[in-house]
Design a protein around this ligand. Sequence first.
Ligand code: KG4
Ligand code: ZN
Length: 345
Amino acid sequence: MRHMLILGLETSCDETAAAIVENGSRVLSNVVASQIDIHKEYGGVVPEVAARSHIEVVLPVIHEALETAGVTWDDIDGIAVTQGPGLLGSLLIGTLTARTIALIRHKPLYAVNHVVAHTFANFLIEPQPQFPLLALSVSGGHSHMLLFESPLEYRLLGRTRDDAAGEAFDKVAKMMGLPYPGGPIIDKTAPLGDPHAYKLPKAKLGDSLDFSFSGLKTAVLRTLQSEIGGDFRTHSSEIPGRLTETQINDMCASFQLTIYDTLAAQLYRAYQQHQPKSVVIAGGVAASRRLRQIISEKIPLEMHYAPMQYCTDNGAMIAAMGYHLAQAGRTTDPLEFKTDPSLAI
Ligand code: KG4
Ligand code: ZN
């Protein structure tokens, strides 16, 4: 088979990322310029700041991806770019860049759904997942459960009704005065605490495969308010600095276990209903070792996990999905391309 090189470009949130991937699976380069240090100062992503930062680094990041892969534009067979969902200003930098390059260089352009693309991180490793494939995609912007019959035949089984899992981590970390992003720091802190120290509620969503984390977040706030001797009127900004190390460790452990138990329970329920050949997890939260452990204990299949750099936002997953769009001939006219911050599955 002739090899096909796709450039994947991702700018939906706070990472400017470009990658060159061969045949949807072999990563030749994967360059990520993270804005975490910039947004840390504000305790979260500031959309206007994110967009400006993408403008500054998008071209250098693309050039570095080409250079690291040792290829030139002549070798590139197509350009895949995140169409949405995400922050409008951030998305526009990536999509306008990709559309312009596609026009000037006469390359086919592929519009990629960011949430779906996260699953394709699992095709960048061996062994490749098999279909039907059940995928849990959990990040700061979304928490979705998808069932794939083939690379481009997929449907939504469930999703969060309010906060995304990563978003809940980020918000609770902020409440306790821990730095952004919350997921990794809670992942590091939780093993130091007692996961049964605080009893936190799990949302009851009947038979659905949905998630809900906002009630849990409020329960954490109420618990922390009372731990510092306040009540429901105590502003969350008064909490940091007034918690003991033990309280922080215990809350990280209890909160994390509640979220991961919920994710694993819903994934297991979907597994039983649909009997997939493979189950994968994706998105920034999938980088968590603890989540991987809890899921591996529940799902009776051999699980393979993508390395960290493919779980968080990256261009390689976009290029991998772009490859399948290319195989199916699903190009998008650069002049007709619609950037969509609330792109559905
Ligand atoms: O996929 P991603 O890089 O960007 C979005 O599309 O949102 O995910 C970022 C999210 C953040 O909320 C962050 O707190 C969470 O993923 N995250 C983690 C870990 N690493 C990143 N959550 C739990 N454990 C981790 N190790
Ligand atoms: Zn993402």
